[in-house]
Ligand binder design. Structure first.
Ligand code: FRU
Length: 494
Protein backbone atom coordinates (compact mmCIF):
# COMPACT_ATOMS: atom_id res chain seq x y z
CA UNK A 1 0.00 0.00 0.00
CA UNK A 2 1.32 3.45 -0.85
CA UNK A 3 1.62 6.23 1.72
CA UNK A 4 -1.02 8.24 -0.14
CA UNK A 5 -3.45 5.32 0.00
CA UNK A 6 -2.90 4.89 3.72
CA UNK A 7 -3.48 8.59 4.27
CA UNK A 8 -6.72 8.72 2.22
CA UNK A 9 -8.15 5.63 3.90
CA UNK A 10 -7.32 6.97 7.36
CA UNK A 11 -9.05 10.28 6.48
CA UNK A 12 -12.15 8.49 5.20
CA UNK A 13 -12.45 6.30 8.29
CA UNK A 14 -11.97 9.37 10.50
CA UNK A 15 -14.77 11.15 8.62
CA UNK A 16 -17.13 8.24 9.25
CA UNK A 17 -16.35 8.35 12.98
CA UNK A 18 -16.69 12.11 13.13
CA UNK A 19 -20.17 12.10 11.54
CA UNK A 20 -21.55 8.85 12.92
CA UNK A 21 -23.86 10.38 15.56
CA UNK A 22 -25.32 13.04 13.34
CA UNK A 23 -25.92 10.57 10.48
CA UNK A 24 -27.63 8.10 12.80
CA UNK A 25 -29.92 10.79 14.18
CA UNK A 26 -31.50 11.55 10.83
CA UNK A 27 -35.19 10.53 10.94
CA UNK A 28 -34.94 10.03 7.17
CA UNK A 29 -32.16 7.45 7.47
CA UNK A 30 -33.40 4.38 5.59
CA UNK A 31 -33.81 0.98 7.24
CA UNK A 32 -33.40 -1.65 4.56
CA UNK A 33 -31.51 0.08 1.77
CA UNK A 34 -27.80 0.49 1.16
CA UNK A 35 -26.64 3.98 2.14
CA UNK A 36 -23.27 5.64 2.56
CA UNK A 37 -21.95 5.66 6.15
CA UNK A 38 -21.46 9.39 5.54
CA UNK A 39 -21.02 11.50 2.39
CA UNK A 40 -22.47 10.74 -1.02
CA UNK A 41 -23.26 7.41 -2.65
CA UNK A 42 -23.93 7.06 -6.36
CA UNK A 43 -23.56 4.12 -8.75
CA UNK A 44 -23.52 0.51 -7.62
CA UNK A 45 -20.27 -1.09 -8.82
CA UNK A 46 -18.68 -4.55 -8.91
CA UNK A 47 -21.89 -6.46 -8.18
CA UNK A 48 -20.94 -10.14 -7.98
CA UNK A 49 -21.54 -13.39 -6.14
CA UNK A 50 -18.07 -14.49 -5.14
CA UNK A 51 -16.72 -16.93 -2.59
CA UNK A 52 -20.10 -17.75 -1.07
CA UNK A 53 -21.32 -14.17 -0.68
CA UNK A 54 -22.84 -11.37 -2.67
CA UNK A 55 -20.50 -8.40 -2.93
CA UNK A 56 -21.48 -4.93 -3.91
CA UNK A 57 -19.24 -1.92 -4.24
CA UNK A 58 -20.40 1.64 -4.70
CA UNK A 59 -19.26 5.07 -5.82
CA UNK A 60 -18.57 6.99 -2.65
CA UNK A 61 -17.45 10.50 -1.77
CA UNK A 62 -16.71 10.32 1.97
CA UNK A 63 -15.87 13.96 2.68
CA UNK A 64 -18.91 15.86 1.41
CA UNK A 65 -22.52 15.38 0.33
CA UNK A 66 -21.62 16.27 -3.26
CA UNK A 67 -19.83 14.60 -6.15
CA UNK A 68 -16.06 14.71 -6.40
CA UNK A 69 -13.13 12.38 -6.07
CA UNK A 70 -14.74 8.97 -5.67
CA UNK A 71 -13.73 6.00 -3.55
CA UNK A 72 -15.21 2.51 -3.79
CA UNK A 73 -17.19 1.53 -0.69
CA UNK A 74 -17.95 -2.15 -0.21
CA UNK A 75 -20.77 -4.17 1.36
CA UNK A 76 -21.47 -7.91 1.37
CA UNK A 77 -24.45 -10.14 2.04
CA UNK A 78 -25.47 -13.78 2.07
CA UNK A 79 -29.14 -13.08 1.28
CA UNK A 80 -29.20 -9.76 -0.65
CA UNK A 81 -31.28 -8.31 2.20
CA UNK A 82 -28.93 -7.94 5.17
CA UNK A 83 -25.77 -6.08 4.19
CA UNK A 84 -22.59 -5.66 6.15
CA UNK A 85 -20.04 -3.01 5.45
CA UNK A 86 -16.63 -4.30 4.44
CA UNK A 87 -13.40 -2.29 4.56
CA UNK A 88 -13.18 0.48 1.98
CA UNK A 89 -12.12 -1.18 -1.28
CA UNK A 90 -10.49 1.55 -3.38
CA UNK A 91 -9.13 4.99 -2.51
CA UNK A 92 -8.08 7.32 -5.37
CA UNK A 93 -4.42 7.32 -4.43
CA UNK A 94 -2.54 6.84 -7.73
CA UNK A 95 -1.79 9.24 -10.58
CA UNK A 96 -4.14 7.43 -12.98
CA UNK A 97 -7.16 7.82 -10.66
CA UNK A 98 -6.26 10.95 -8.75
CA UNK A 99 -9.68 12.50 -9.35
CA UNK A 100 -11.70 9.40 -8.66
CA UNK A 101 -11.96 5.65 -8.91
CA UNK A 102 -15.02 5.79 -11.15
CA UNK A 103 -17.58 3.09 -11.88
CA UNK A 104 -16.78 -0.43 -12.97
CA UNK A 105 -17.48 -4.09 -12.42
CA UNK A 106 -16.14 -7.28 -10.81
CA UNK A 107 -15.30 -10.74 -12.15
CA UNK A 108 -13.64 -13.87 -10.81
CA UNK A 109 -10.54 -15.35 -12.40
CA UNK A 110 -8.61 -18.30 -10.92
CA UNK A 111 -10.47 -17.85 -7.64
CA UNK A 112 -9.47 -14.21 -7.20
CA UNK A 113 -11.76 -11.21 -7.35
CA UNK A 114 -10.88 -8.64 -10.04
CA UNK A 115 -12.25 -5.13 -10.30
CA UNK A 116 -12.22 -3.19 -13.57
CA UNK A 117 -12.91 0.48 -13.07
CA UNK A 118 -12.24 3.88 -14.56
CA UNK A 119 -9.40 6.01 -13.29
CA UNK A 120 -10.48 9.61 -13.65
CA UNK A 121 -7.93 12.41 -14.01
CA UNK A 122 -8.79 16.10 -14.42
CA UNK A 123 -6.04 18.65 -15.03
CA UNK A 124 -7.37 22.18 -15.40
CA UNK A 125 -10.22 21.64 -17.86
CA UNK A 126 -8.67 18.56 -19.42
CA UNK A 127 -9.92 15.10 -18.60
CA UNK A 128 -8.07 11.80 -18.89
CA UNK A 129 -9.53 8.37 -18.50
CA UNK A 130 -7.85 5.04 -17.78
CA UNK A 131 -9.49 1.65 -17.46
CA UNK A 132 -7.80 0.02 -14.48
CA UNK A 133 -7.52 -3.40 -12.88
CA UNK A 134 -7.35 -4.34 -9.19
CA UNK A 135 -7.14 -7.81 -7.69
CA UNK A 136 -8.00 -9.40 -4.36
CA UNK A 137 -7.54 -12.86 -2.91
CA UNK A 138 -9.51 -12.20 0.29
CA UNK A 139 -12.18 -9.82 -1.02
CA UNK A 140 -11.10 -7.17 1.47
CA UNK A 141 -7.80 -5.73 0.34
CA UNK A 142 -7.08 -4.94 -3.28
CA UNK A 143 -3.80 -4.81 -5.15
CA UNK A 144 -3.85 -2.27 -7.96
CA UNK A 145 -2.44 -3.30 -11.34
CA UNK A 146 -3.01 0.17 -12.83
CA UNK A 147 -4.30 1.04 -16.31
CA UNK A 148 -4.99 -1.83 -18.70
CA UNK A 149 -6.68 0.21 -21.41
CA UNK A 150 -5.90 3.71 -22.70
CA UNK A 151 -8.39 5.92 -24.49
CA UNK A 152 -8.87 4.91 -28.17
CA UNK A 153 -8.59 7.93 -30.48
CA UNK A 154 -12.17 7.59 -31.75
CA UNK A 155 -13.70 8.92 -28.54
CA UNK A 156 -13.55 11.90 -26.21
CA UNK A 157 -12.32 11.38 -22.64
CA UNK A 158 -15.92 10.71 -21.62
CA UNK A 159 -15.11 7.03 -21.87
CA UNK A 160 -15.79 5.00 -18.72
CA UNK A 161 -17.64 2.43 -16.63
CA UNK A 162 -16.29 -0.94 -17.86
CA UNK A 163 -18.67 -3.88 -17.39
CA UNK A 164 -16.95 -7.24 -17.94
CA UNK A 165 -18.33 -10.75 -18.52
CA UNK A 166 -17.11 -14.08 -19.84
CA UNK A 167 -18.48 -15.96 -22.80
CA UNK A 168 -17.00 -19.17 -24.21
CA UNK A 169 -13.81 -18.62 -22.19
CA UNK A 170 -13.24 -15.14 -23.56
CA UNK A 171 -13.61 -11.92 -21.57
CA UNK A 172 -15.76 -9.17 -23.02
CA UNK A 173 -16.15 -5.63 -21.79
CA UNK A 174 -18.58 -2.90 -22.70
CA UNK A 175 -17.68 0.73 -22.04
CA UNK A 176 -19.80 3.88 -22.07
CA UNK A 177 -18.43 6.43 -24.52
CA UNK A 178 -18.86 9.65 -26.43
CA UNK A 179 -17.78 10.01 -30.06
CA UNK A 180 -15.95 13.10 -31.26
CA UNK A 181 -19.27 14.17 -32.80
CA UNK A 182 -20.61 14.12 -29.22
CA UNK A 183 -22.86 11.11 -29.57
CA UNK A 184 -23.32 8.46 -26.89
CA UNK A 185 -22.02 4.96 -27.61
CA UNK A 186 -21.46 1.56 -26.02
CA UNK A 187 -18.15 0.04 -27.14
CA UNK A 188 -17.26 -3.67 -27.08
CA UNK A 189 -13.79 -5.04 -26.19
CA UNK A 190 -12.30 -8.51 -25.88
CA UNK A 191 -9.50 -10.04 -23.79
CA UNK A 192 -8.03 -13.39 -22.80
CA UNK A 193 -6.39 -12.28 -19.55
CA UNK A 194 -8.21 -9.13 -18.35
CA UNK A 195 -5.00 -7.19 -19.04
CA UNK A 196 -4.76 -6.90 -22.83
CA UNK A 197 -7.89 -5.61 -24.48
CA UNK A 198 -8.81 -5.41 -28.18
CA UNK A 199 -11.53 -3.10 -29.40
CA UNK A 200 -14.16 -4.97 -31.42
CA UNK A 201 -16.36 -2.00 -32.28
CA UNK A 202 -19.37 0.09 -31.36
CA UNK A 203 -22.51 -1.79 -30.36
CA UNK A 204 -24.75 1.12 -31.16
CA UNK A 205 -24.53 3.90 -33.70
CA UNK A 206 -23.72 3.75 -37.37
CA UNK A 207 -23.37 -0.02 -37.74
CA UNK A 208 -26.72 -0.77 -36.12
CA UNK A 209 -30.38 -0.33 -36.93
CA UNK A 210 -30.97 2.95 -35.15
CA UNK A 211 -30.18 4.81 -31.95
CA UNK A 212 -27.16 6.56 -33.47
CA UNK A 213 -28.21 9.91 -32.10
CA UNK A 214 -29.60 9.41 -28.66
CA UNK A 215 -27.91 11.57 -26.09
CA UNK A 216 -24.39 12.97 -25.98
CA UNK A 217 -22.90 10.38 -23.63
CA UNK A 218 -23.83 6.88 -22.53
CA UNK A 219 -22.93 6.01 -18.94
CA UNK A 220 -22.77 2.63 -17.24
CA UNK A 221 -23.70 0.20 -20.03
CA UNK A 222 -24.33 -3.38 -18.89
CA UNK A 223 -24.80 -6.11 -21.47
CA UNK A 224 -26.04 -9.57 -20.54
CA UNK A 225 -27.86 -12.60 -21.81
CA UNK A 226 -31.41 -13.21 -20.67
CA UNK A 227 -33.52 -16.02 -22.12
CA UNK A 228 -31.30 -16.29 -25.18
CA UNK A 229 -31.45 -12.56 -26.01
CA UNK A 230 -28.85 -9.87 -25.29
CA UNK A 231 -30.14 -7.06 -23.15
CA UNK A 232 -28.23 -3.80 -22.74
CA UNK A 233 -29.10 -1.57 -19.82
CA UNK A 234 -27.61 1.90 -20.16
CA UNK A 235 -27.88 5.45 -18.79
CA UNK A 236 -27.79 8.02 -21.61
CA UNK A 237 -27.21 11.68 -20.89
CA UNK A 238 -28.73 14.44 -22.99
CA UNK A 239 -31.98 12.86 -24.15
CA UNK A 240 -34.81 15.42 -24.40
CA UNK A 241 -38.25 14.82 -22.87
CA UNK A 242 -40.63 13.11 -25.27
CA UNK A 243 -44.29 13.18 -24.18
CA UNK A 244 -44.48 11.25 -20.90
CA UNK A 245 -40.94 9.95 -21.27
CA UNK A 246 -37.51 11.14 -20.15
CA UNK A 247 -38.36 13.78 -17.56
CA UNK A 248 -35.47 13.14 -15.22
CA UNK A 249 -32.18 14.98 -15.68
CA UNK A 250 -30.57 11.88 -17.21
CA UNK A 251 -32.26 8.74 -18.45
CA UNK A 252 -31.95 5.05 -17.87
CA UNK A 253 -33.33 2.32 -20.06
CA UNK A 254 -32.65 -0.81 -22.01
CA UNK A 255 -32.42 -2.40 -25.42
CA UNK A 256 -33.45 -5.99 -26.10
CA UNK A 257 -31.74 -7.59 -29.05
CA UNK A 258 -29.37 -10.17 -30.45
CA UNK A 259 -25.64 -9.73 -30.49
CA UNK A 260 -23.59 -11.31 -33.22
CA UNK A 261 -20.24 -11.34 -31.41
CA UNK A 262 -18.25 -12.34 -34.51
CA UNK A 263 -19.44 -9.52 -36.72
CA UNK A 264 -20.05 -7.13 -33.81
CA UNK A 265 -23.57 -6.49 -34.87
CA UNK A 266 -26.19 -5.73 -32.24
CA UNK A 267 -29.71 -5.73 -33.63
CA UNK A 268 -32.15 -4.46 -31.10
CA UNK A 269 -35.59 -3.11 -30.39
CA UNK A 270 -36.22 0.52 -29.47
CA UNK A 271 -34.94 2.01 -26.20
CA UNK A 272 -37.35 1.54 -23.29
CA UNK A 273 -37.29 3.63 -20.12
CA UNK A 274 -36.41 1.39 -17.21
CA UNK A 275 -38.12 3.00 -14.23
CA UNK A 276 -40.99 5.50 -14.23
CA UNK A 277 -40.13 7.34 -11.02
CA UNK A 278 -37.91 10.25 -10.09
CA UNK A 279 -34.71 8.71 -8.78
CA UNK A 280 -33.22 5.79 -10.62
CA UNK A 281 -29.88 5.74 -12.45
CA UNK A 282 -26.78 3.75 -13.38
CA UNK A 283 -28.00 0.24 -12.52
CA UNK A 284 -25.73 -2.77 -12.58
CA UNK A 285 -26.58 -6.48 -12.77
CA UNK A 286 -25.11 -9.83 -11.77
CA UNK A 287 -26.10 -13.39 -12.50
CA UNK A 288 -26.11 -15.49 -9.35
CA UNK A 289 -25.57 -19.22 -8.75
CA UNK A 290 -29.32 -19.72 -8.95
CA UNK A 291 -29.16 -18.29 -12.49
CA UNK A 292 -31.07 -15.12 -11.58
CA UNK A 293 -30.22 -11.83 -13.30
CA UNK A 294 -30.39 -9.30 -10.47
CA UNK A 295 -30.18 -5.55 -10.84
CA UNK A 296 -29.56 -2.78 -8.34
CA UNK A 297 -29.46 0.94 -9.09
CA UNK A 298 -28.62 4.28 -7.62
CA UNK A 299 -31.84 5.77 -6.17
CA UNK A 300 -30.55 9.22 -6.96
CA UNK A 301 -30.07 11.61 -9.83
CA UNK A 302 -27.33 14.12 -10.56
CA UNK A 303 -29.53 17.18 -11.03
CA UNK A 304 -30.01 20.78 -10.01
CA UNK A 305 -31.97 19.69 -6.94
CA UNK A 306 -29.42 17.30 -5.56
CA UNK A 307 -28.12 19.86 -3.11
CA UNK A 308 -31.61 20.35 -1.66
CA UNK A 309 -31.90 16.88 -0.19
CA UNK A 310 -33.22 17.04 3.37
CA UNK A 311 -30.57 14.55 4.50
CA UNK A 312 -27.67 16.88 3.70
CA UNK A 313 -27.64 18.57 7.14
CA UNK A 314 -27.21 15.04 8.50
CA UNK A 315 -24.01 14.56 6.47
CA UNK A 316 -25.18 11.91 4.03
CA UNK A 317 -27.02 11.78 0.71
CA UNK A 318 -28.63 9.15 -1.52
CA UNK A 319 -29.04 5.42 -1.39
CA UNK A 320 -29.35 2.43 -3.65
CA UNK A 321 -32.66 0.83 -4.70
CA UNK A 322 -33.66 -2.63 -3.59
CA UNK A 323 -32.08 -5.35 -5.71
CA UNK A 324 -34.61 -6.67 -8.24
CA UNK A 325 -34.76 -9.77 -10.39
CA UNK A 326 -35.03 -9.12 -14.11
CA UNK A 327 -37.36 -11.17 -16.27
CA UNK A 328 -37.99 -10.91 -19.96
CA UNK A 329 -41.67 -11.05 -20.91
CA UNK A 330 -41.75 -10.73 -24.70
CA UNK A 331 -39.51 -7.74 -25.34
CA UNK A 332 -40.34 -6.13 -22.02
CA UNK A 333 -38.02 -6.25 -19.02
CA UNK A 334 -39.88 -6.84 -15.77
CA UNK A 335 -38.29 -5.97 -12.41
CA UNK A 336 -39.49 -8.25 -9.67
CA UNK A 337 -38.77 -7.79 -5.95
CA UNK A 338 -36.50 -10.59 -4.72
CA UNK A 339 -38.11 -13.57 -3.03
CA UNK A 340 -35.65 -12.93 -0.17
CA UNK A 341 -37.41 -9.66 0.69
CA UNK A 342 -40.05 -11.73 2.47
CA UNK A 343 -37.47 -12.46 5.21
CA UNK A 344 -38.08 -8.92 6.47
CA UNK A 345 -41.82 -9.31 6.91
CA UNK A 346 -43.06 -8.88 10.48
CA UNK A 347 -46.55 -8.14 11.77
CA UNK A 348 -49.26 -7.37 9.26
CA UNK A 349 -52.87 -6.68 8.56
CA UNK A 350 -55.01 -8.14 5.82
CA UNK A 351 -58.28 -7.08 4.22
CA UNK A 352 -59.62 -9.59 1.70
CA UNK A 353 -62.04 -8.15 -0.83
CA UNK A 354 -61.56 -4.58 0.42
CA UNK A 355 -63.87 -2.15 -1.37
CA UNK A 356 -63.63 1.56 -2.09
CA UNK A 357 -66.67 3.20 -3.70
CA UNK A 358 -66.69 6.92 -4.51
CA UNK A 359 -65.13 7.74 -1.15
CA UNK A 360 -61.87 8.22 0.67
CA UNK A 361 -61.09 5.34 2.97
CA UNK A 362 -58.55 4.47 5.65
CA UNK A 363 -57.90 0.92 6.72
CA UNK A 364 -57.17 0.37 10.41
CA UNK A 365 -53.62 -0.77 11.02
CA UNK A 366 -52.44 0.45 7.65
CA UNK A 367 -49.82 2.92 8.73
CA UNK A 368 -46.09 3.02 9.20
CA UNK A 369 -42.98 4.01 7.36
CA UNK A 370 -40.92 0.83 7.14
CA UNK A 371 -43.27 -1.57 5.44
CA UNK A 372 -44.59 -3.38 2.43
CA UNK A 373 -48.13 -2.99 1.09
CA UNK A 374 -49.71 -5.18 -1.55
CA UNK A 375 -52.94 -4.85 -3.49
CA UNK A 376 -53.90 -7.98 -5.41
CA UNK A 377 -56.81 -8.81 -7.71
CA UNK A 378 -57.57 -5.14 -8.31
CA UNK A 379 -60.84 -5.02 -10.21
CA UNK A 380 -64.14 -3.16 -10.55
CA UNK A 381 -65.92 -0.66 -12.74
CA UNK A 382 -63.95 2.27 -11.32
CA UNK A 383 -62.57 5.15 -13.39
CA UNK A 384 -59.86 6.22 -11.00
CA UNK A 385 -58.00 4.85 -8.00
CA UNK A 386 -55.79 7.10 -5.88
CA UNK A 387 -53.58 5.99 -3.04
CA UNK A 388 -52.17 8.75 -0.87
CA UNK A 389 -48.94 7.73 0.81
CA UNK A 390 -47.84 9.56 3.93
CA UNK A 391 -49.47 12.82 2.91
CA UNK A 392 -47.19 14.13 0.20
CA UNK A 393 -47.11 11.38 -2.44
CA UNK A 394 -49.87 9.76 -4.48
CA UNK A 395 -50.10 6.83 -6.83
CA UNK A 396 -52.96 7.25 -9.27
CA UNK A 397 -54.40 4.92 -11.85
CA UNK A 398 -56.70 6.52 -14.36
CA UNK A 399 -58.45 3.57 -15.93
CA UNK A 400 -60.08 5.59 -18.70
CA UNK A 401 -56.84 7.13 -19.88
CA UNK A 402 -54.85 3.98 -19.02
CA UNK A 403 -52.41 6.14 -17.19
CA UNK A 404 -50.37 5.36 -14.08
CA UNK A 405 -48.98 8.36 -12.20
CA UNK A 406 -46.73 8.98 -9.23
CA UNK A 407 -47.04 12.45 -7.75
CA UNK A 408 -45.05 13.92 -4.92
CA UNK A 409 -44.34 17.24 -3.31
CA UNK A 410 -40.89 18.18 -4.55
CA UNK A 411 -38.34 18.14 -1.74
CA UNK A 412 -36.65 21.08 -3.45
CA UNK A 413 -39.54 23.55 -3.83
CA UNK A 414 -42.66 21.88 -2.40
CA UNK A 415 -44.63 22.03 -5.68
CA UNK A 416 -46.33 18.89 -6.93
CA UNK A 417 -44.36 17.05 -9.57
CA UNK A 418 -45.44 13.94 -11.45
CA UNK A 419 -44.17 11.05 -13.54
CA UNK A 420 -46.43 8.94 -15.72
CA UNK A 421 -46.56 5.84 -17.81
CA UNK A 422 -49.09 4.18 -20.01
CA UNK A 423 -50.64 1.13 -18.38
CA UNK A 424 -53.16 -1.03 -20.21
CA UNK A 425 -54.52 -2.65 -17.04
CA UNK A 426 -53.85 -2.49 -13.31
CA UNK A 427 -53.87 -5.92 -11.68
CA UNK A 428 -51.61 -5.58 -8.66
CA UNK A 429 -49.32 -3.27 -6.72
CA UNK A 430 -46.48 -4.00 -4.34
CA UNK A 431 -45.19 -0.96 -2.55
CA UNK A 432 -41.99 -0.94 -0.52
CA UNK A 433 -42.04 2.00 1.84
CA UNK A 434 -38.95 3.07 3.75
CA UNK A 435 -38.57 6.19 5.91
CA UNK A 436 -37.71 8.34 2.88
CA UNK A 437 -38.29 6.17 -0.19
CA UNK A 438 -41.00 4.48 -2.23
CA UNK A 439 -40.62 1.66 -4.71
CA UNK A 440 -43.88 0.79 -6.42
CA UNK A 441 -43.98 -2.43 -8.43
CA UNK A 442 -46.96 -2.50 -10.79
CA UNK A 443 -48.34 -5.81 -12.12
CA UNK A 444 -45.50 -7.99 -10.79
CA UNK A 445 -42.78 -5.68 -12.05
CA UNK A 446 -44.18 -4.72 -15.46
CA UNK A 447 -43.59 -1.10 -14.44
CA UNK A 448 -41.75 0.32 -11.44
CA UNK A 449 -41.75 3.80 -9.92
CA UNK A 450 -38.76 4.50 -7.66
CA UNK A 451 -38.54 7.74 -5.72
CA UNK A 452 -37.27 9.36 -2.59
CA UNK A 453 -40.09 10.78 -0.50
CA UNK A 454 -39.60 13.08 2.46
CA UNK A 455 -42.91 13.20 4.34
CA UNK A 456 -43.25 14.95 7.67
CA UNK A 457 -41.78 12.26 9.90
CA UNK A 458 -45.02 12.09 11.93
CA UNK A 459 -47.12 11.48 8.82
CA UNK A 460 -47.41 7.72 8.52
CA UNK A 461 -50.95 7.48 7.13
CA UNK A 462 -52.34 6.03 3.91
CA UNK A 463 -55.70 6.56 2.27
CA UNK A 464 -57.53 5.17 -0.72
CA UNK A 465 -59.94 7.12 -2.90
CA UNK A 466 -61.89 6.08 -5.96
CA UNK A 467 -64.25 7.26 -8.62
CA UNK A 468 -66.55 4.29 -9.01
CA UNK A 469 -66.28 0.83 -7.50
CA UNK A 470 -62.93 -0.86 -6.93
CA UNK A 471 -62.08 -3.95 -4.95
CA UNK A 472 -58.76 -5.60 -4.01
CA UNK A 473 -57.08 -7.83 -1.46
CA UNK A 474 -55.00 -5.58 0.74
CA UNK A 475 -51.99 -6.72 2.76
CA UNK A 476 -49.55 -4.81 4.85
CA UNK A 477 -46.44 -6.07 6.59
CA UNK A 478 -44.15 -4.12 8.85
CA UNK A 479 -40.62 -4.78 7.70
CA UNK A 480 -37.78 -5.50 10.05
CA UNK A 481 -34.87 -3.17 9.82
CA UNK A 482 -31.86 -4.59 8.05
CA UNK A 483 -29.66 -1.66 7.14
CA UNK A 484 -26.08 -2.71 7.54
CA UNK A 485 -23.64 -1.78 10.22
CA UNK A 486 -20.91 0.77 9.69
CA UNK A 487 -17.72 -0.12 7.82
CA UNK A 488 -15.64 -2.50 9.83
CA UNK A 489 -12.51 -0.81 10.96
CA UNK A 490 -9.87 -1.98 8.60
CA UNK A 491 -7.26 -3.86 10.62
CA UNK A 492 -4.64 -1.70 8.97
CA UNK A 493 -6.01 1.28 10.96
CA UNK A 494 -7.42 -0.31 14.11
C1 FRU B 1 -22.79 7.80 -13.39
C2 FRU B 1 -21.35 8.28 -13.33
C3 FRU B 1 -20.43 7.34 -14.08
C4 FRU B 1 -19.11 7.61 -13.42
C5 FRU B 1 -19.51 7.82 -11.98
C6 FRU B 1 -18.67 8.77 -11.22
O1 FRU B 1 -23.56 8.30 -12.33
O2 FRU B 1 -21.26 9.60 -13.83
O3 FRU B 1 -20.40 7.54 -15.47
O4 FRU B 1 -18.21 6.56 -13.56
O5 FRU B 1 -20.85 8.27 -12.01
O6 FRU B 1 -19.02 8.79 -9.87
Amino acid sequence: MTERERELLAQAYAEIEKNRDIVENDPYRLHYHIMPPTGLINDPNGFIEWNGKYHLFYQWQPFKTAHGTKFWGHVSSTDLVHWEHEPIALAPSEWYEQDGCYSGSAVEQDGNLFLLYTGNVKEDDERETYQCLAESADGKTFKKHGPVLHLPEEYTAHFRDPKVWKKDDVWYMVIGAQTKKLEGRAVLFQSHDLKNWTRLGDLTGTNTDHIGEFGYMWECPDLFELDGREVMVVSPQGVAPDGMLYHNEHQCGYLVGDLDYENVKYRHEAFVEMDRGFEFYAPQTLVDKKGRRIMIAWMGMPDQYEQKHPTIPFKWIHSLTLPRELKLVGNKLYQVPLEEMKILRGDGVRYSGAEVVNEEKHFAGLDGDVMEISLDHIHGTYEMLEITLRGNARFIYNKEKKLATLERASFAHGQTEARHCYLEKLDSLRIFVDTSSLEIFVNEGQEVFSARQFPYPENKGYSFASKGYVSFDLNKWDLNKSAGAYPMQDERYA
